[in-house]
Design a protein around this ligand. Sequence first.
Ligand SMILES: [Fe+2]
Length: 171
Amino acid sequence: MLKEKMLNALNEQINAEQYSALLYLSMSSWFSDKGLPGFANWMYVQYQEELTHANKFFNYVTERSCKVQLKAIEQMPTEFESIVNVVEKTLEHEQKVTGMINNLVDIAIEVSDHATQSFLQWFVDEQVEEEANVEEILDTLKLINGQGNGIFMLDRELRQRAFVDNTQTAG
Ligand SMILES: [Fe+2]
């Protein structure tokens, strides 16, 4: 069984991961609407990944013989200013999630929950990768500086991203 403080924080994280999923799905739709199928695909894969994160937490709480408390998901934005704005918002969001994961680790240490601390390590590593991926796109966008050709090329590249459930391969 999980301690109450740990369980509450894990339940909050399930909600946050589900919110992340829907935020990226909303961004995917925005990109589709702007005629950018590659960006839309990248965000759709991002959505699929976030669902696997939520499910990984869900399964862990269940495995520890506790009940998941699902909560209402906050309305995500549906309109964005520009391509760069969407990617900047994605980076900001991932940085916020990193902070939440670190906070979960702090709680696990505080309540001496070594199993949860070990479980969370996968997410600590995952967040490093998440932030790096988004930063790379943001750097490329800054180089392109709004030029149509560059956007077209980047969109073609982002079309290549395929969903892989990496929660199944490790941890
Ligand atoms: Fe996530």
